[in-house]
Design a protein around this ligand. Structure first.
Ligand code: GAR
Length: 213
C-alpha cells in the first residue's frame, strides 16, 4: 500500500517535482496525493498541477498573525485528503507545535546544509563565509526545534575555489533532488534506514555524492 503523502512548498518547487517524478513509479512506496502551499502563486503549485497532482493553497496572510489558525486549516486539508506523510520542500514557515505534533515522526524537511551546521536561512552564504570545504543537504524528521530533528539522510558536495552563493546552491540542489526521493522512500517503506524511533543516521547513501558529513 503506497503511503499517501503531501508536499508543502512556498516557492519554485524543484524538490516537489523530484518527489512527484519518483512517485510516478508504481513501485515507489509513497504517492504524492496533495501539494499544498501558503503562497497561492508559488511556481511549484503550478508545476504540481501540470503533473496532475491535486493542489491546495492556504494563504497564511488571510489569517493575519494567527499562526495556529493557519495551521488548523492546513491540518484540516491534510486530513481531508487522507494524508499519512508530509514532506516540507521549501515551505518557508516556522511551524508551531500544532502542525509538528499532528505529523510527529511522519514529517520530513529538506534543508540546504549538512546539519547541524548552518541551520536557518542563507546557508550557502554562511558556508562560504565559514570557509568550509564540504557543504550539502540534509533530510530530517521535523521536531519543534528548528532544523534539529533526527537526520534521515545527508549528501555532501565539495566547496570549490571561486564558488559563489549561486554556484554552490546549484551544486547542492542537484543532490537535494536525488536525496529527498530516497529519504521519503525510506520513511514510507519503513526501510532499514528508518526504524520506528527514527533515530538512525544514514550518511551519504548516494554513489558519487562526495565526501562524508
Ligand atoms: C531548497 O533548496 C530547500 O532545501 C530549501 O529551499 C529550497 C526550495 O527549493 N529549504 C530551506 O531553506 C528550508 N529552510 P525548491 O522550491 O525548488 O524545492
Amino acid at each position: 500500500m503506497r503511503r499517501r503523502t503531501a508536499v508543502l512548498l512556498s516557492g519554485r518547487g524543484s524538490n516537489c517535482a523530484a518527489l512527484i517524478d519518483a512517485a510516478a513509479d508504481p513501485a515507489y512506496p509513497a504517492e504524492i496525493a496533495l501539494v499544498l502551499t501558503n503562497v497561492p502563486d508559488a511556481p511549484g503549485l503550478a508545476r504540481a498541477a501540470a503533473a496532475g497532482v491535486p493542489t491546495a493553497a492556504i494563504d497564511h496572510r488571510s489569517f493575519g498573525r494567527d499562526r495556529a489558525a493557519h495551521e488548523r486549516a492546513v491540518i484540516a486539508a491534510l486530513r481531508a485528503a487522507g494524508i499519512e506523510l508530509v514532506c516540507l520542500a521549501g515551505y518557508m514557515r516556522v511551524l508551531t507545535p500544532l502542525l509538528v505534533g499532528a505529523y510527529a515522526g511522519r514529517m520530513l524537511n529538506i534543508h540546504p546544509s549538512l546539519l547541524p551546521a548552518f541551520p536557518g536561512l542563507h546557508t550557502h552564504a554562511a558556508a562560504l563565509a565559514a570557509g568550509v570545504k564540504l557543504h550539502g543537504c540534509t533530510v530530517h524528521l521535523v521536531t519543534e526545534a528548528l532544523d534539529a530533528g533526527p537526520i534521515v539522510a545527508q549528501a555532501a558536495v565539495p566547496v570549490l575555489p571561486g564558488d559563489t552563493e549561486a554556484t554552490l546552491a546549484a551544486r547542492v540542489l542537484v543532490q537535494e533532488l536525488r536525496l529527498y526521493p530516497l529519504a521519503l522512500a525510506l520513511l514510507a517503506g519503513g526501510g532499514a534506514g528508518v526504524p520506528a524511533a527514527a533515530d538512525a543516521t544514514l550518511c551519504n547513501p548516494l554513489p558519487g555524492a562526495g565526501g562524508v558529513a
